[in-house]
Design a protein around this ligand. Structure first.
Ligand SMILES: NC(=O)NCCC[C@H](N)C(=O)O
Length: 405
């Protein structure tokens, strides 16, 4: 299956991109948690077992699972000249400024990680100064530096494959991320969507070099004509203007309406998909906390440009207009504020829909999961004690590549 095809949030999922959490999680420390966007340090062995259970649940439901690290290694295997280019770019973007250190790191990584898959996994893991064995007598920096510190920071958020790039119909948005720690994640997308034979012809609607940030957790394909994008902590309105122009300009894209949902700017609701996901033709999960402050803007093409207006009506009315039937909003954990806040913090609203009425959910969100079943939703539970410490659920941990039309 070459290319990408995602024109819905709910149609049967055929192919998905994941990243199995790796040694990058071992390089989280209490002092770096905030900068690296984690709230605690997951126990890697258990996080991997939970993630494998997630992948298996998807395979059991007929979904082909591909891994980010493998696609990237395939690109480098097929184009040996890119290995050097990638590594230099990666080291530079990791913030290594001096030529001396750029060379030390290049040689260390290139010489010690001979296969491309090992190199890619090592880049994700990060590099500790203790690995480098530099000669302390010819550099003041080395002499005064702590002996154990990360000279290349780890990339612990990679298992949230939803965010660095996002499929929109038959195209892709390669994102500029909100936080420095996540910006290197999109280098992999740049290589895959430029060089991988399955993905190099996919139209690109956004560039990682654009000035404004936008993340995939804010992008929802409501149907082939309608896209919803969150204005959030992670996505700036300027980025939505820019992507709207690019999508409307593409004659092959049927998208003619973008709904911009203005959600509160805070960590608990960092992306639209942390507060709102579609789970059936006429059902959505929702965090009750966004109902009050939510405004929705409608963006449509006008001439060479775009036209923007605020929509009127309740959220139900707005959604009904676009899905073409009455809709039910299922509040996370029912109506109770304490249960809703607790379960939303652990991604109760962040479900991955794999067919209409069938979703993958974290098992810990008992109240929400029972409510979904009461609404005739088939909720497939996966273990989540460790994965949830990164603040993302099944939708965040997956990037659909292909859904049936
Ligand atoms: N779509 C999502 O909501 N993704 C979750 C991302 C969690 C990650 N720790 C972050 O803060 O970016």
């Amino acid at each position: 299956m070459a290319g990408v095809n995602v024109k819905s949030e709910i149609k049967p999922l055929k192919k998905v991109l994941l990243h199995r959490p790796g040694k990058e999680l071992l390089n989280l420390t209490p002092n770096t948690l905030e900068e690296l966007l984690f709230d605690d340090i997951p126990f890697l062995k258990v996080a991997q077992a939970e993630h494998d259970a997630f992948a298996q649940a998807l395979r059991d439901n007929g979904v082909e699972v591909v891994y980010l690290e493998n696609l990237m290694a395939e690109v480098l295997d097929a184009n040996p000249a890119l290995r050097e280019q990638f590594l230099k770019q990666f080291i530079e973007e990791a913030g290594i400024r001096t030529e001396r250190y750029q060379k030390i790191l290049f040689d260390y990584l290139n010489d010690n990680y001979k296969t491309n898959i090992d190199l890619v996994l090592k880049c994700m893991e990060g590099v500790n100064l203790t690995e480098l064995h530099t000669d302390k007598s010819n550099s003041l920096v080395d002499l005064v530096s702590e002996s154990s510190k990360m000279v290349i920071a780890p990339m612990p958020n990679l298992y949230f494959t939803r965010d660095p790039f996002a499929m929109i119909g038959n195209g892709v948005s390669i994102n500029r991320m909100y936080a420095v720690t996540r910006n290197r994640e999109t280098i992999f997308a740049e290589y895959i969507f430029t060089h991988h034979p399955d993905f190099k012809d996919v139209p690109q609607y956004y560039s990682r070099y654009s000035a404004f940030h936008i993340e995939g957790g804010d992008i929802l394909n409501i149907n082939e004509h309608t896209l919803a994008i969150g204005i959030s902590q992670r996505t700036e309105p300027d980025a939505i203007d820019e992507i709207a122009h690019n999508i409307f300009k593409d004659e092959t894209s049927p998208v003619d309406t973008i709904l911009a949902f203005n959600i509160p700017n805070n960590r608990a609701m960092m992306h639209l998909d942390t507060v709102f996901t579609q789970i059936d033709v006429d059902k959505f999960t929702i965090h009750p906390g966004i109902m009050g402050p939510l405004t929705v803007f409608e963006i449509t093409p006008e001439g060479e440009g775009i036209k923007v207006k605020e929509t009127s009506g309740t959220l139900e009315e707005v959604l009904e207009k676009y899905v073409g039937m009455p809709v039910t909003l299922i509040p996370c954990a029912g109506g109770d504020r304490i249960a809703a806040e607790r379960e939303q913090w652990n991604d109760g609203s962040n479900t991955l829909c794999i067919a209409p009425g069938r979703v993958v959910v974290y098992e810990r969100n008992d109240v929400t999961n029972a409510l979904l079943r009461k609404n005739n939703i088939d909720a497939i539970e996966i273990p989540s004690a460790e994965l949830s410490r990164g603040r993302g659920g099944p939708r965040c941990m997956s990037m659909p590549i292909w859904r049936e039309d």
